[in-house]
Each structure stands twice: as C-alpha cells, then as structure tokens.
Ligand binder design. Structure first.
Ligand code: AMP
Ligand code: TRP
Length: 346
C-alpha cells in the first residue's frame, strides 16, 4: 500500500498561515565570545517569536579543524547551555546537535554533486582558515560550505540570521539550491541571509582590522562569555584606541568605532546617541562605562548558566527532544529529495 505523503514531503507546503522558517548554526569550538553573542545569538533571541526557528550546534563542522573527543563533548554541552542561558526558549525553538540528524550528512553528499570545485575555492573563509596551506588542511575544511548549505536547505529555511562573515556561504547555498532545482525541478527553498547592520562584525579588541575570533591566540582580543566582571573591565581598559581623546564615530578611528558600536547595541542606542552622551568626556570614562555595560549584559546570562550547569539533565532533554523534532522534519525533506533525484527507493 502506498504511504500517504505530507505536503512537506511532497514539496507542496504552502506559505499561507505559517511563520517563516529560520535556521542558523554555530560551531562548538569553545571560547564563545561577545562577537558571537552580538552578531548571532542576541538576534536569534530577539526575533524568536516572529519565526519558526531551528538552531543547530554544528559539531560535524567543528571536525574540519582538529578536535579531541573530550573537548568536543564539553564544547557541545557548553554551547547548548550558553544558547539556552542567552534566552532561546526551547519550548518555541528547535535546538539540536547536527550529528544527531544523519540526514545533514546525506544531503551534503547529494549537494556536492551540484557544487562546483571553483565555487568552493573562492570561499574567503576557506582561504583564511587554510592560511595558504591548502595541501595539508582537511578536505572537510574545503567542503564545509556544502554541509552548511545542507543544514539550511534540509530545514527549508527562508531566513538565516548570521554575522557578516557568513554572507558568502549563504549566497553559495542559494546558488547550489537554484542549480539543484533547475536540474531536478522545484525542490529546495532559496534562503536569504538576515544580517543586521549593527553587531554583524565585532572587531578584535587588540586589532580593529581583524574580527573578534574564537581562534585568536590572544585572550585579550575578545570578551569571552565566561569572563569574570574584573577580567571584562580589564580587557576593555586595555583595548586599543585610536589617537585623539574625543569619543567620536569616525571611519578613521576603527578601534573607537568598534567600542562605540558595542556600547550602542547593548544600550539600544544609535552610535550618534552614544557619541552625544560622551561629549567632553575622555577615553577613560567611556571605557569604564563600557566595561559596566558589558558586565551588566553578561551577568544575567552567567547566572542562568550556573543554574543550568547545576542540573545538566535539563540541557540533555532539550537536545534530545530537539533532535527528535529536527529528525522528523529532515526525514520529510529527504523523501522529497531522494524522489526527485531518483535515488534508491526500493
Ligand atoms: P562561529 O563561531 O564561527 O561558529 O560563528 C557563529 C556565529 O557568530 C555566526 O553567525 C557568525 O557570523 C557570528 N560571528 C562570529 N564572529 C563574529 C564577530 N566578530 N562579529 C559578529 N558576528 C560574529
Ligand atoms: N559556518 C557557520 C559559522 O562558522 C556555522 C554554520 C554551520 C551555520 N551551518 C550553518 C550558520 C547554517 C548558519 C546556517 O559561523
């Protein structure tokens, strides 16, 4: 007897009377920092009621650089706890670990057949992360954007909230989906990046020409979510500033502009309003206030983190039930994809 397929499985799902679908991912690679919070998770939290949200801890992506078993397990657990402590409500959002849903790897392979070698070679993240050593880095670092495309397309995401650095990967995802649809007929939904102007590119505290990054060897270059108030204030005091003494937004003062932008986002003001508030005050007063503002934003998250850490079964259950929901959705998409491509089915 033929199984009755749902509209999602047949691809006839209608956009009427449902929330737009959002998908985003983040790597469990340790040292979650203020850039990740302002560029990504804070926006996920602010918009969570507007969309049908799926958020993913992309542990398979983390394998593109060397990991250890213990380190990876710890990072997955910590990141899930940070996401929930930051305000993602697991009752309203699906939060899961990528490798718990095997369909991500399966779709990745199928999409590789419609991804061009040259497209991947042009990815700036690959160029940055391989550091010119492309003979010895893992091939997973090279095919990384295809797995990212699979993540997004598997969940029929229409919007992908990310920081500026991910724009090229979302454009590639659209190109790959479009090529797939041309070859096999309308199957995959073309996603759009959702990049906020503010916070999309938080720069390193020690060098405003580089983005704040987990992989920096200098811990003074980022504010980590786990930093104590004293450490946060000290890092901000030490942050490089430009010459001069006034608090002004100016393209020629990238270090100061970065700090003003962090202040503006966290206090929900425009950079011009921040500039106005500090007329006649020097760098010292500004940095001291900025330290307080960051501490005030991070402290409640740290309090919830401590509570969640005391009951690890809460996060385990969130990830377990998230995987069940994500697997269920992914299975539907793969029925559609396999059918269109003509794979197996016996
Ligand atoms: P990753 O840590 O590379 O997995 O990035 C997770 C999310 O944080 C992605 O949406 C990135 O675009 C965002 N992100 C990472 N670094 C920064 C930064 N310095 N400024 C703003 N967003 C960032
Ligand atoms: N590549 C993203 C990053 O480094 C993480 C990621 C993986 C992602 N899959 C995704 C982001 C899907 C958005 C959607 O930040």
């Amino acid at each position: 007897m033929a199984t009755q397929l749902t509209t999602h499985q047949t691809g006839a799902d209608s956009a009427i009377e449902r929330l737009p679908r959002v998908f985003s991912g983040i790597q469990p690679s340790g040292n979650f920092h203020l850039g990740n919070y302002l560029g990504a998770i804070r926006n996920w939290v602010k918009q969570q009621d507007l969309y049908a949200n799926t958020f993913c801890i992309v542990d398979l992506h983390a394998l593109s650089l060397a990991t250890t078993r213990e380190g990876l397990q710890e990072n997955i657990r910590n990141l899930a706890t940070i996401i929930v402590a930051s305000g993602i409500d697991p009752e309203h959002c699906t939060l899961f670990v990528q490798s718990d849903v095997a369909e991500h790897s399966e779709l990745c392979w199928i999409l590789q057949s419609v991804t061009q070698f040259g497209e991947l070679r042009r990815m700036t993240q690959f160029k940055d992360k391989s550091g010119g050593q492309d003979e010895s880095v893992s091939s997973a670092l090279f095919t990384y954007p295809v797995l990212q495309a699979a993540d997004i397309l598997l969940h029929d995401a229409e919007l992908v909230p990310v920081g500026e650095d991910q724009k090229q990967h979302i454009e590639l995802t659209r190109d790959v989906a479009h090529r797939f649809n041309q070859r096999y007929g309308e199957t995959l939904v073309l996603p759009r990046p959702d990049i906020k102007e503010e916070g999309a590119r938080i720069m390193a505290l020690d060098d405003p020409t580089k983005k704040m990054s987990k992989s920096s060897p200098n811990p003074n270059s980022y504010v980590a979510l786990g930093d104590t108030p004293d450490i946060i204030r000290r890092k901000i005091k030490r942050a490089v500033t430009d010459s001069g003494s006034e608090i002004v937004v100016d393209p020629d003062k990238p270090a100061l502009s970065n700090l003003i932008s962090i202040y503006a986002i966290l206090t929900e003001q425009t950079p011009a309003e921040v500039q106005e508030a500090f007329v006649g005050k020097g760098y010292g007063a500004f940095k001291s206030d900025l330290g307080d503002v960051i501490v005030a934003a991070i402290e409640p998250i740290q309090r919830r983190l401590a509570e969640l850490d005391a009951s690890p079964e809460i996060i385990e259950e969130v990830l377990r039930s998230g995987a069940v929901k994500a697997r269920d959705y992914a299975r539907g998409t793969m029925i559609r994809v396999r059918d269109r491509v003509g794979l197996g089915g016996f």
